[in-house]
Design a protein around this ligand. Structure first.
Ligand code: RP5
Length: 166
């Protein structure tokens, strides 16, 4: 099976990024976790992304905070799908990272999830893998069904307990 790369700009991003790794593990999707910074280790960022496809990756998740150029810098050197997680690690509450990650120039896409949206980044990566992997596609369908069932049962509970009829 193809792997997913999970890259973060600093180890201080790990408490958030761990959510992506945990979700990938739950789906049994092989992944590599790296600390690579667009600013502090730019050569490593270029090296990793240039060779990511031949190294068996299907997609790259890149998480960074503040002036979050990591996902864009990774995207600059690969045509693999890049998923950006803007991390809330600054006094600007992650809005800085969101804008830096999402506002890519035309021709260089980064699929940006919500601020600290690590779980969705992993699910999107899984959905990319699921295009050619029926087992992952089935696991994602089961997850969706379970999610729907939970909401339906909460709906039933609230309707029964809190509706007021005259
Ligand atoms: C970004 O700067 C990192 O992704 C992190 O979110 C933020 C702070 O990094 P540290 O100073 O904690 O290493 O590049």
């Amino acid at each position: 099976m193809k792997k997913i790369a999970v890259i973060m700009g600093s180890d201080s991003d790990w408490p958030i990024v761990k959510g992506a790794a945990d979700q990938l593990k739950e789906l049994d999707i092989p992944h590599t976790v790296r600390v690579i910074s667009a600013h502090r280790s730019p050569e490593a960022a270029a090296e990793f992304s240039k060779h990511a496809r031949e190294n068996g990756y299907a997609a790259i998740i890149a998480a960074a905070g503040k002036a979050a150029h990591l996902a864009g810098a990774i995207a600059a050197n690969t045509t693999l799908p890049v998923i950006g997680i803007p991390v809330k690690s600054s006094t600007l509450d992650g809005l800085d990272a969101l804008l830096a990650t999402v506002q890519m120039p035309s021709g260089m896409p980064v699929a940006t999830v919500a601020i600290d949206g690590a779980k969705n980044a992993a699910l999107l990566a899984a959905q990319i893998i699921s295009v050619c992997d029926e087992e992952i596609a089935n696991k994602l369908s089961v997850m969706r069904r379970e999610m729907t069932e939970k909401v339906l049962s909460k709906d039933k509970k609230f309707e029964e307990e809190f509706s007021y009829k005259i």
